[in-house]
Ligand binder design. Sequence first.
Ligand SMILES: *[C@@H]1O[C@H](CO)[C@@H](O)[C@H](O)[C@H]1NC(C)=O
Ligand SMILES: *[C@@H]1O[C@H](CO)[C@@H](O)[C@H](O)[C@H]1NC(C)=O
Ligand SMILES: *[C@@H]1O[C@H](CO)[C@@H](O)[C@H](O)[C@H]1NC(C)=O
Ligand SMILES: *[C@@H]1O[C@H](CO)[C@@H](O)[C@H](O)[C@H]1NC(C)=O
Ligand SMILES: *[C@@H]1O[C@H](CO)[C@@H](O)[C@H](O)[C@H]1NC(C)=O
Ligand SMILES: *[C@@H]1O[C@H](CO)[C@@H](O)[C@H](O)[C@H]1NC(C)=O
Ligand SMILES: *[C@@H]1O[C@H](CO)[C@@H](O)[C@H](O)[C@H]1NC(C)=O
Ligand SMILES: *[C@@H]1O[C@H](CO)[C@@H](O)[C@H](O)[C@H]1NC(C)=O
Ligand SMILES: *[C@@H]1O[C@H](CO)[C@@H](O)[C@H](O)[C@H]1NC(C)=O
Ligand SMILES: *[C@@H]1O[C@H](CO)[C@@H](O)[C@H](O)[C@H]1NC(C)=O
Length: 777
Amino acid sequence: MAPRRFLRATPHSILLSPLIFSLTVLCADVLQFIDPLIGSTNGGNVFAGATKPYALAKPVADVDGQNTGGFATDGSSVTGFSAVHDSGTGGNPSLGNFPLFPQICPGDEVNDCNFLIGERATHYVEESVTARPGYFGVELESGVKASMTSSEHAALYRFEFPAGDDSHPLVLLDLTDLWKSRQNASISVDADSGRLKGNGTFLPSFGAGSYVMHFCVDFFGGEVFDNGVWVNNRGGTEPKELYVTRGFNLFYLEAGGWVRFSGLTNNTLTARVGISFISADQACQRAEEEIPEPLDDFDRLLTETEDAWREKLGPISVNAGGASEELQTSFWSGLYRAMISPQNYTGENPYWDSGIPYFDSYYCIWDSFRVQHPLLTILDPSAQVEMVNSLLDIYQHEGWLPDCHMSLSNGWTQDGSNADVVIADAYIKNLTGIDWQLALEAVIQDAEVEPLEWAFHGRGGLKSWKDLSYIPYLDFDPAGFGTNSRSISRTLEYAYNDFCLATLAQGLGRDDLYNTYVQRSANWQNLWKSDQDSLINGNDTGFLGFFQPKYQNGTWGFQDPIACSVLADFCSLTSNPSETFEASLVPQSMSTLIGLMGNEESFINRLDFFHTSGLADISNEPVFSTVYLYHYAGRPGLSTKRLHTYIPSAFNATHGGLPGNDDSGSMGGFVVFGMMGLFPVAGQDVYLISAPFFQEINITSPLTGKTAQIKTTGFDASYENIYIQNVTVNGQPWTKSWIGHAFFNEGWSIELSLGNQESDWGTKLEDRPPSWGEAMV
Ligand SMILES: *[C@@H]1O[C@H](CO)[C@@H](O)[C@H](O)[C@H]1NC(C)=O
Ligand SMILES: *[C@@H]1O[C@H](CO)[C@@H](O)[C@H](O)[C@H]1NC(C)=O
Ligand SMILES: *[C@@H]1O[C@H](CO)[C@@H](O)[C@H](O)[C@H]1NC(C)=O
Ligand SMILES: *[C@@H]1O[C@H](CO)[C@@H](O)[C@H](O)[C@H]1NC(C)=O
Ligand SMILES: *[C@@H]1O[C@H](CO)[C@@H](O)[C@H](O)[C@H]1NC(C)=O
Ligand SMILES: *[C@@H]1O[C@H](CO)[C@@H](O)[C@H](O)[C@H]1NC(C)=O
Ligand SMILES: *[C@@H]1O[C@H](CO)[C@@H](O)[C@H](O)[C@H]1NC(C)=O
Ligand SMILES: *[C@@H]1O[C@H](CO)[C@@H](O)[C@H](O)[C@H]1NC(C)=O
Ligand SMILES: *[C@@H]1O[C@H](CO)[C@@H](O)[C@H](O)[C@H]1NC(C)=O
Ligand SMILES: *[C@@H]1O[C@H](CO)[C@@H](O)[C@H](O)[C@H]1NC(C)=O
């Protein structure tokens, strides 16, 4: 069946100012390159629905298949249409609260309608799925067609029922979320208007505690026929209110409200759903303000959302030089996904209001500090400043910087206290409007004070960290509580967190602090066991020297160096924690690490083995930078070569085109930086230079208005010429294989001449990216 779109964006350029008009025309192509369905199956978990940049409202169809982000192109069945989601996350299915579900009851009998999730779930018509910025549409096999768009805090749906049926279409609201985490909930139905109002208490999908969410639903386009509440698979017109909780054995009762309609114009019902974390009244008020004319506002909202995305993507322009449409789609869609979360919950925080923007859904910083936040720093620095200030706001009100935060709750910490890196990164890139003394205080607290529950903020084992200079295997740590594992990963990450603290302290003129923490940033060396070998299936890999766990008494423990990799068993944070978690790096001291591994040649052999043996899992964010570590061994050409083994084979424009969870746009960020030819070392003023995937890219700094240019000579879109021969910056020879953020702020121009053989550019010791410290003797 051909895709049926019964809604179209009406171009209304005549109504707009000439400025917006020209913007729209200039960037008209860019939105065509955004496919929100990339990562909608194969575990990408992306949110595929309609959203404004960073908005709270995110309507989409929810399915009973891979529904962590709501919808999936996995051929499963639609269970409802809900208005809030997270994107690309890896915990439990996130949000998806208070779904609506439209249907026709057989025989026009309310009690013959399907109320329960398992009964109402209906396959969607695969070809009917339409997703683009600001719009999501799908047809169910029941013949009901749904299309949706959104404002900041409200979703607008159109449900078109099959023609020629004179029964009364029913829409139910289910007091549930995707994870069925509801603890208790209330709903009331207005008998006359059919307005549904209420709230529910739910659990955050990867964190501690609970949160309350409120809703307000209004219907337009027909008459209210009758309404009521439902429980289990029975509905009635009385009472008009309902309170549900967890009963015997925490039994999950399915329940909600319903409304039936008559006299629908063109068989189409319009539903407006307001969401608030404050109150149902606020949900109603926001929805009324943002979508005052629901029957007429659809196209306006869609156009405003498209313009908002054009503006966000506006700083970049690309001359693809013949690169395929697929690669351009990967690039622009990656950019788009990096601006879906964190979410702007300003005015929606029930716990405090500091009078500054409040962001949530940092899900999780362990993923996002590496490329997503550095990308926002370039393209949307004022948003990045608001996000950093929001982290500091959380520090002031909750007492700690979060490592992960969603649904106004603390999320689980993976290893280190990586908000420290986000802060240092913002500092060295000269973002302004941040209280750096407060930031220093917050980061020092991470380094010095152990919280009672370090499972969701701060660090554990700080006494050992200070006394022994490593996190011991089976640490004795009565000061605080977390999963007592990941001693290697935590040691490595705490060391880098301390390096970032040292960087910030140095910048703020605190040499005393700098000296203390830069010393601590070398602690990772204490878990390097130089005589450790590694066997795979009994075969010696020939490499000597690995990180190993060490007991408190200084005796080495043992963990197979390949443990937790794809070749062994994946180690989950929660179910089988181990001494390592996914991967960790020492980006502050790569030259030291190379020394410990022998020399450049053995380091490169190891990298090659890592990437070709099946050990490397590019779906884990720490692996991103391993693609570029060749730079530190004086072989930047090999980084570009390695990158081409992952893009497009693991990152492409298909629906399953992400190797794993997008993690709030982290996979997107990796693709963008990779194709741009500059890779950030988060927390340092360093971008590693590689050959871009496009002939020419301009990036205009929203802060300074200056345009940085990445230009190539010898570019070929078949990627034979992927090796940089030589480089000029502003016309002068540039021998270093890296460049600082001033490139963007000052609008410099970098010109790369490309060839099909490695050259000696960037190979000299003094041209390698910075490394602190010496190899241990
Ligand atoms: C709802 O559930 C939450 C979490 O279990 C609980 O704290 C709260 O007291 C409950 N509210 C009501 C009104 O029962
Ligand atoms: C949820 O709604 C019920 C019914 O209106 C109300 O009594 C209750 O206070 C609300 N809960 C919260 C947390 O606002
Ligand atoms: C109903 O459908 C007709 C025919 O497609 C169209 O002309 C009319 O504008 C529609 N009415 C509304 C209110 O959408
Ligand atoms: C980049 O900017 C320069 C100078 O304004 C312009 O000549 C060039 O066409 C731009 N390139 C792209 C890809 O926009
Ligand atoms: C977040 O929302 C607030 C309140 O509407 C607004 O002032 C701020 O500019 C928003 N931030 C971003 C980055 O959109
Ligand atoms: C061990 O390595 C040899 C030579 O590389 C290879 O032929 C053999 O299949 C490997 N054995 C296992 C069990 O992997
Ligand atoms: C150190 O502790 C470990 C674990 O308890 C133990 O196996 C080992 O023998 C101890 N080493 C020494 C030297 O006591
Ligand atoms: C696209 O990426 C996915 C996920 O990494 C991968 O499984 C698939 O093979 C890739 N497809 C192509 C055509 O490269
Ligand atoms: C840069 O490399 C290109 C291609 O190899 C070469 O033609 C050109 O002479 C080089 N320029 C300099 C300044 O080395
Ligand atoms: C930040 O500001 C300082 C002082 O003005 C300057 O030396 C440095 O180059 C700037 N860094 C960046 C990344 O713009």
